[in-house]
Design a protein around this ligand. Structure first.
Ligand SMILES: [Zn+2]
Length: 159
């Protein structure tokens, strides 16, 4: 058996110069995983704040609660990047009320489960802004740092 020259490999396999080949292979790794853990913690915090029950149970009594409690984003993360990692923007909704909210965005906004849909003008002209600010949940309507919260969680006057 005749052998030619042994195969030489002076350098590593050529990856070429194409942009495609040079893109990184791990776009989602540790960061993505830790965000999932953070998200779970945020949802747990929101559920604890809500007493472990569906926040819509009393607001929308004609829908009967069903199924596990979800961590629902009051302002969708598409409208508010990072909002799913802010416990103030997360509320506990059962499956029944979650799908009700998705199916009835206007009614859901009226009871404060979400902001009014972009472009919807119907209630804004009727509902005064004082109502909006007086409702802690619709406070999330003011996307950003004007979320109405007293920041007065610790009683300090009576001691
Ligand atoms: Zn419910």
């Amino acid at each position: 058996m005749k052998r030619g020259e042994p195969l030489k490999r002076n350098k590593g396999l050529d990856r070429g110069t194409s942009e495609l080949k040079r893109t990184r292979l791990q776009p989602m790794s540790k960061k993505r995983r830790s965000e999932a853990a953070e998200r779970r913690a945020v949802v747990a915090e929101a559920h604890a704040r809500d007493g472990g029950r569906c926040v819509a149970a009393d607001l929308v009594p004609h829908v009967t609660c069903w199924g596990p409690l979800d961590g629902d984003e009051i302002v969708k993360r598409s409208a508010r990047p990072g909002g799913h990692l802010d416990a103030a923007n997360v509320q506990g909704l059962c499956r029944a009320h979650h799908s009700w909210k998705d199916d009835h965005p206007i009614d859901a906004a009226r009871v404060g489960l979400r902001p009014f849909p972009v472009g919807y003008m119907g209630d804004r002209t009727v509902t005064t802004s004082s109502h909006v600010t007086s409702c802690p949940r619709t406070g999330a309507n003011d996307v950003g740092d004007t979320f109405t919260h007293d920041g007065d969680d610790t009683p300090h006057g009576s001691t």
